[in-house]
Unconditional design. Structure first.
Length: 746
């Protein structure tokens, strides 16, 4: 950095700042300090961590008062310059300090030096090959040193650890050889890898016609470094192969790739496909890794050793240089929306980053979100389609079963006659089945048959779920568990009875119907802990388990060739959510879950059990016709003025006392009405302002109240949002947050 810019603008103490504190420091002569580098700076009497956001030539502070940067924390910028800009944009849009947005860009382990790079001793030959004979002769009296010279004669670096496995106690001999100048010993960084090294790569399959057509559009865009695409590819159409070929085109140009996936459960499969084709250049970032592994993967990416990143939402901030492509797999997933500060949507961040860094963007799904598909229709994205399955495999046949009819026939169980019959046929034929129910636990509520009350959590306004495994009641919001009481806390009767269904109950009823058939259950309860996902998936993939029972966790993306039957136990669960997206979520989940059947040579069959077979979301999922559903849902949103025609905006108030929560939300509601009263132009854009308790009135002991607003999608609405942002940042006596189109309105 030239002397013309002797100053650095530093954001101080990025670990605890709630407002931006940018200070100017002088950069000592000769210290290379690019924007994005973490530094130690003097601050009052303390020494704090900071991040250089800019170098400047000017400074208003008198020279005698300006202090100097102590030292850089790394010899490279931890945050690449385009990511500093991206952080600025996120902080502006989310109205949060830049310091908070910058935290997204750095592994939390790195701040405050919680994890250190791991180093190891490495030995290498220091003499030319021609000198080896002489060195062997010089060490004729020590067989150990001669052996070491031979082992090192390939001139490759050999970690001490590896030599220890071959030679007993090699260190003294190595030190002697180093002293004599025959070898060097050095400390080098090791990367803790979550995966075993890849041996041998898998060959490419021949592309299908639709894969070829899609790539014909995509590859030139990657070459040109621009273009945004929405790929609508039905389940089993081979979208992953498109990502792989796109990634390869990028890597061939020396550019990097980020592939975002929505769930940890999909990571092992995606990683094994990518590592099988690309080897160790593929790195992985997700919360299932240990802190050390995550930090090392991050550094492997930062150093350029890994140019292909597969990861969850936060991987969109991976320090990939020369980015050429960002893929967002299963783009319809709500998990791409980050609700915590700074609030952001990984899909929008991906779009912005792609534009900034000259990369192509590929959003893909079998069931694109209504918002993304509407954008594609408007021309914001180029729409690509793959409407046939690989190898002419057919989509599975879907049959709806009306559970009201089952009840009439006297079947009080969770399995319809048809599902039992098809399960039996599937298992007899040696194939596998998946059973889907979007609720974990045994029974969603324990009901008193005398007074009709259901047991609820003492801290949250939600019903407790009964778990058979520990025979306790669990709250799925705060994690609290209690023993099942002997008598009803309301009326004292002894008639408490679990009602409704959950994964555990499905497992139990299945075991009664099919004794001895091995099952894996996948839900939040069985997959806690590192590698649990992978173990359970492997048990099913290997055939050791014949049936998989699970929540939405198993609905999407998984590819098990032996699965020919899928049963959706109760399709209506998501339909009853208090959310305008309930229809969309139901269609997506059912279509995705149906897509797990018949992915290889055997035809698949899907049985959807429901109390509402006539509902359009369920009927559309049965035909798996995306466009038909889109048109119907889009028309409904237009008619009822839901997004994308409007924005749902909520001010959420949380307080220890119920009265306080309502007082504050009422005050906020009043201030909003006042403001709109003074600005008639803005008032026209706001369809309603409603103050009320939140649908879930209490979580973890905090009472929740809300002001819900619907704003027309119009430029003026930005001014309303700016006002709301200032309003919510005022000093209220309890927690107040602004949510714009939040993923959940519970
Ligand atoms: P999607 O993500 O679209 O549901 P996948 O990418 O999981 O589909 O692919 C479905 C299956 O088809 C996978 O087992 C995959 O290995 C296989 N596959 C994909 N492309 C090809 C191809 N060109 N030739 C043969 N098999 C393929
Ligand atoms: Zn009772
Ligand atoms: Zn609770």
């Amino acid at each position: 950095m030239p002397e013309r810019e002797p100053y650095a603008q530093v954001i101080v103490d990025i670990a605890s700042a709630n407002t931006d504190r940018v200070f100017t420091y002088r950069v000592p002569e000769g210290m290379a300090l690019a924007p994005g580098t973490r530094v130690l700076v003097p601050f009052g009497h303390q020494t704090l961590e900071g991040l250089v956001i800019e170098r400047t030539g000017q400074c208003d502070i008198p020279p005698e008062r300006i202090r100097q940067v102590i030292e850089p924390l790394e010899d490279y910028p931890a945050v690449l310059p385009p990511l500093v800009d991206l952080a600025r944009e996120i902080s502006a849009q989310a109205h949060t300090p830049l310091a908070l947005a910058l935290r997204l860009m750095i592994p939390s382990e790195m701040r405050a030096g919680r994890v250190k790079a791991k180093t190891q001793t490495v030995a290498r030959l220091a003499i030319p090959k021609a000198g080896i004979e002489q060195a062997l002769a010089d060490n004729s009296r020590s067989p150990k040193r001669r052996l070491l010279i031979k082992l090192l004669s390939d001139s490759l670096p050999h970690p001490l650890q590896e030599l220890k496995a071959l030679v007993r106690d090699p260190l003294p001999a190595l030190k002697q050889l180093a002293q004599a100048g025959a070898i060097t010993l050095s400390q080098e960084e090791v990367f803790r890898s979550p995966y075993a090294p890849v041996s041998g790569l898998t060959p490419d399959p021949v592309l299908t016609l639709s894969q070829e057509e899609v790539l014909r559009e995509l590859l030139p865009a990657i070459q040109a470094g621009k273009g945004s695409f929405l790929l609508h590819g039905i389940t089993g159409s081979g979208k992953t192969e498109v990502y792989i070929r796109g990634a390869r085109a990028c890597l061939a140009q020396g550019r990097g790739v980020i592939v975002l996936i929505p769930e940890i459960v999909l990571t092992p499969q995606m990683v094994s496909w990518f590592r099988g084709r690309f080897g160790d250049v593929a790195a992985v970032l997700h919360s299932g890794l240990s802190a050390g592994e995550r930090f090392d993967e991050w550094r492997r990416i930062r150093s350029g050793a890994a140019r292909l990143v597969i990861g969850a939402r936060s991987a969109v901030f991976a320090p990939v240089k020369d980015l050429g492509l960002i893929v967002v797999d299963e783009e319809h997933e709500p998990s791409y929306q980050a609700e915590n500060h700074p609030r952001h949507d990984a899909r929008e961040v991906a779009a912005s980053r792609a534009r900034r860094e000259g990369a192509a963007l590929l959003l893909a799904s079998a069931t694109p979100s209504i918002l993304s598909f509407a954008k594609a229709q408007r021309g914001d994205y180029m729409l690509l389609e793959m409407l046939t399955r690989v190898n002419q495999h057919q989509l599975a046949q879907v049959t709806l079963v009306d559970m009201r009819e089952e009840l009439r026939l006297g079947n009080r169980g969770m399995f319809s006659g048809l599902l039992v019959e098809r399960l039996r046929a599937c298992l007899d034929a040696g194939q596998q089945a998946m059973l889907f129910i979007n609720r974990r636990g045994y029974a969603p509520s324990v009901l008193c048959r005398k007074c009709g009350e259901a047991l609820a959590c003492a801290q949250c306004d939600v019903k407790l779920t009964y778990h058979q495994a520990d025979r306790r009641m669990h709250c799925h919001y705060c994690g609290m568990t209690t023993a099942l009481p002997a008598i009803c806390p309301g009326c004292g009767s002894a008639y408490l009875r679990p009602v409704g269904v959950g994964t555990q109950k499905v497992e139990e009823e299945f075991a009664a119907l099919f004794p001895g058939v091995p099952v894996v259950r996948m839900d939040a309860d069985t997959t806690a802990g590192k590698d649990r996902h992978e173990q359970l998936l492997n048990r099913f993939r290997s055939g050791a388990a014949r049936v998989m029972i699970g929540t939405q966790m198993i609905a999407k993306g998984l590819d098990f060739p032996q699965v020919t039957l899928v049963g959706a136990i109760l399709a209506d669960l998501t339909l009853n959510l208090p959310d305008y997206r309930a229809q969309e979520r139901t269609f997506q989940l059912l279509t995705q879950v149906a897509g797990r059947a018949g992915r290889a040579d055997m035809p698949g069959e899907v049985i959807v059990q429901t109390y509402k077979p006539e509902h359009y979301a369920i009927a559309a999922a049965a035909t798996q016709e995306y466009r038909g559903f889109f048109q119907q849902e889009f028309a409904r949103r237009r008619q009822l003025l839901y997004p994308p025609f409007t924005m749902m905006v909520r001010v959420l108030v949380e307080a220890r006392q119920e009265a306080q929560s309502r007082e504050v939300s009422a005050a906020i509601s009043q201030r909003i009405s006042q403001h709109l009263g003074q600005h008639p132009v803005l008032r026209k854009r706001v369809l309603y302002v409603r103050e009320d308790a939140a649908p879930i009135k209490r979580i973890m002991g905090r009472y929740r109240a809300q002001v819900l607003m619907k704003l027309l999608a119009h430029d003026d609405s930005q001014q309303v949002l700016a006002f709301l942002n200032d309003l919510t940042q005022e000093a209220w006596p309890c927690r107040v947050g602004l949510e714009i189109d939040p993923a959940s309105l519970a």
